[in-house]
Write a protein that binds this ligand. Sequence first.
Ligand code: FMN
Length: 173
Amino acid sequence: MSSAVHNNEGLREQFLRGMSRVASTVTVVTTAGEAGLHGVTISAMSSVSADGERPTLLVCVHHRSAAAEAIRTNGRFAVNILRAEESFVSEHFAGRVRGEDGDKFSCTDWEAGTTGQPRVAGALAAFDCVLASEQRIGTHHLFIGAVEELYLGETGEPLIYSNRQYGRPASIQ
Ligand SMILES: Cc1cc2nc3c(=O)[nH]c(=O)nc-3n(C[C@H](O)[C@H](O)[C@H](O)COP(=O)(O)O)c2cc1C
């Protein structure tokens, strides 16, 4: 049976349940610069516009993530689109799995684009961005990145997160 919820506490829970039904691509946002090297798994990533001076995209990062302050200081970040085979990279950058040396970046291989931002080696796609705009909404920083360099790896399937589990896309005939 469907239900409508109006009180705020219930609304938060229902919001989370509703969002768990969304299917999102899983990305790792990385940043390097004077604030050091940081990265975090996020699903809140969206294209904003392909047109304008440069294409733009949006990422939403929790204010408690060390990556959020680092992105603000470094003024640059890369958005790495993970492959369906890379859920382990997502798990490391979400802090759910820890490698022996405790360094998230040890879980896979890296390359650097001309902008110097860390790119997952052989990523499905990676967008190197300069921070164009930011806003804080509640617990999250909304970062708009202007894309400076784009990497397209070999074609493959993106890693999907929906219903609180990983998956891969399936075509409909
Ligand atoms: C599939 C998945 C999607 C996530 N999406 C987001 C997101 O969109 N924004 C965010 O701030 N955290 C997101 N998280 C949670 C962060 O990855 C997690 O809080 C991480 O531990 C923060 O890293 P840090 O505190 O070590 O910097 C997601 C986690 C997973 C596993």
